[in-house]
Design a protein around this ligand. Structure first.
Ligand code: CA
Length: 300
């Protein structure tokens, strides 16, 4: 495991940005149609800076790929790294190669290489990094989860909430070793120290964890940054996913819960339902990846 710890900037100003929210609406379908049609995500994404001056998170919701990235680094490095990772994955979206877990792993490795190229090109960005949690859905209904860092993916199915990722963090390693309880980890001073993220280095790929499972119609997925999961309990998250009728409403409610906690961090939430016969939907990009001026800010 890489011993290079990353500590996020904890500087905070009393400035709250309006969240950007865009829905991908779930269509009405006939049962006969859904038999013949491949499974797709009906998904929504939302993100807010919270009390921080900048939003260094990025998120993506689309019919076949979901992603959340939480940037690390001073200046505009954190925002740039997460934006670069999500935009890179978005560019790979038109590809039809969603059939194997290796496809998603390569999409994330490609994003990592682009983060590395930009860090070399723009020296002020040296040292930037980003977590990535991404979930893809194949025509055959295979969910693939690719993960590095402490952004998370959860599956709500049949009234049960399951974690699909395990944080690459110092406190998670301490919990695994039995030296800390999960409860203690939520307030531990080292809770922001990561053991792995994408820096654009070849060796980062070794920490990428990829897993696969069978999707079922009615599954609901949540991807989020620590701005949500560090301030709301497992039960609160589960109840919200169970109660809210649509991904759009669930994502919005979870964002509100994080901001009201109040979180001290950026918050990004992606919620997706697995449905048959979902209408084609444009990808929704939120957070730093949606900021039109990111290139100009890098240059200045
Ligand atoms: Ca964060």
């Amino acid at each position: 495991m890489d011993a290079r710890y990353l500590v996020r900037d904890r500087g905070a100003r009393d400035e709250r940005r309006a969240p950007t929210t865009a829905p991908v609406r779930r269509p009405l379908t006939r049962a006969a149609d859904s038999e013949a049609r491949p499974l797709r995500f009906s998904a929504a994404a939302t993100s807010a800076a919270g009390p921080r001056p900048d939003n260094q998170d990025s998120g993506l919701a689309s019919p076949r790929l979901l992603a959340v990235a939480d940037g690390v680094g001073g200046n505009v490095g954190g925002a740039t790294a997460s934006a670069m990772a999500v935009r890179s994955m978005l560019e790979d979206l038109p590809s039809d190669r969603w059939e194997t877990p290796e496809t998603l792993a390569e999409v994330v490795r490609s994003a990592n290489r682009r983060v590395g190229s930009l860090a070399i090109e723009v020296p002020v960005l040296d040292g930037m990094a980003t977590t990535v949690t991404a979930v893809s859905l194949s025509d055959e209904g295979r969910l693939t989860v690719a993960h590095i860092g402490d952004t998370r993916a959860y599956l709500a199915r049949g009234g049960q909430l399951t974690a699909l990722t395990r944080d690459h963090s110092v406190v998670q390693a301490m919990v695994d070793a039995g030296s800390l309880t999960a409860e203690q980890a939520t307030t531990h001073p080292w809770r922001s120290m990561l053991l792995a993220a994408l820096h654009g280095r070849e060796q980062d790929a070794a920490h990428l964890e990829v897993s696969a499972l069978r999707a079922l119609p009615g599954d609901r997925l949540l991807l989020c940054s620590d701005g949500l999961w560090s301030v709301r309990s497992w039960q609160e998250i589960q109840r919200t996913l169970d109660d809210e009728p649509t991904p759009f409403e669930a994502a919005g409610r979870l964002l509100d819960l994080a901001l009201m906690a109040p979180t001290r961090d950026n918050v990004t939430v992606v919620v997706a339902d697995v449905t048959a016969g979902a209408a084609p939907a444009r990808p929704t990009v939120v957070g730093a990846a949606a900021a039109p001026d990111i290139s100009r800010r890098i240059a200045s």
